[in-house]
Write a protein that binds this ligand. Structure first.
Ligand SMILES: [Zn+2]
Ligand SMILES: [Zn+2]
Length: 258
């Protein structure tokens, strides 16, 4: 059984934040909702900001960092990102209190958990995903990735818990109301992962994770049921479904695996 419990506090283009806990330690990946919304949602699942051991940021897009300004003034929690990403964040949000900003260069050990970062292809200065390892368990966080690189595949390989982007249904996006430049951006190799790509990615792993969270769903170009069905059908047709539990993260409500 996985050592990690996941709470998707918010997921989507209006804000992302995931709480990953081992029971002893609690980590947040991304802080794309206001500090107030974050603390409210943490409270709903029995946590407070002081319980956090560290925060890890994937990239500087607003939907991943918008709560940072207030958070860094109120709480003394170390916040990790790459050096280039910090530079981009600080130029966007100069009000950030810098004393808890930390640079993650490859990896960091936080108590019983080893956290490492890996590069993802996305239109940000230096975007990363994260892998957390503890007691033989592995959890990988992969959103905002234009396609699946070998590095991304390796990050997910062997994970028992996987948070994976299923951003859009390709047909909904193509036929939808987004302007052409935005459609092209999303579909590009530095954009976002579609439901189908997520499904094929999972089917090609040597072991399908015990728990999968489909994340960063577009509210315009996707539906939770469509994301779930697309991924399930691909796994079923590859006879890979087994006991995997699939959760669909939401922009508006908390989704958790416990
Ligand atoms: Zn995003
Ligand atoms: Zn992004």
């Amino acid at each position: 059984m996985s050592a990690f419990k996941v709470t998707m506090l918010a997921s989507g283009s209006k804000g992302n934040s995931a709480l990953i806990s081992t029971g002893k330690q609690n980590f947040l990946i991304d802080m794309g909702i206001s500090c107030r919304a974050l603390t409210t949602r943490l409270k709903e699942v029995g946590f407070c900001a002081e319980d956090l051991d560290a925060v890890f940021l994937t990239h500087e897009h607003t939907d991943h960092i918008s709560g940072l300004g207030t958070f860094t003034k109120k709480y003394a929690v170390p916040i990790y990102s790459s050096e280039k990403t910090w530079r981009a964040i600080l130029s966007k949000m100069p009000q950030i209190e810098r004393k808890n900003c930390r640079i993650i260069a490859g990896g960091v050990r936080c108590g019983e958990v080893e956290v490492s970062s890996f590069e993802i292809p996305h239109d940000a200065v230096d975007p990363h995903g994260y892998v957390l390892k503890c007691a033989g368990s592995k959890c990988a966080y992969i959103t905002d990735t234009g396609f699946v690189t070998e590095t991304v595949r390796q990050a997910a390989e062997g994970a028992d818990t996987l948070i994976l982007e299923a951003n859009h249904d390709i047909e909904m996006l193509k036929n939808g109301s987004y302007p052409v430049y935005l459609k092209q951006r999303i579909l590009s190799t530095r954009g976002h992962l579609s439901n189908e790509s997520a499904g094929h990615f999972l089917a090609n792993l040597s072991r399908v994770p015990e728990k999968i969270f489909l994340a960063h769903l577009s509210q315009e170009n996707n539906l939770p049921s469509l994301a779930l069905n697309t991924v399930q059908n691909i796994l079923n047709s590859a006879s890979l479904f087994n006991d995997t539990r699939i959760f669909v993260a939401s922009q508006t409500r908390i989704v958790k695996d416990y």
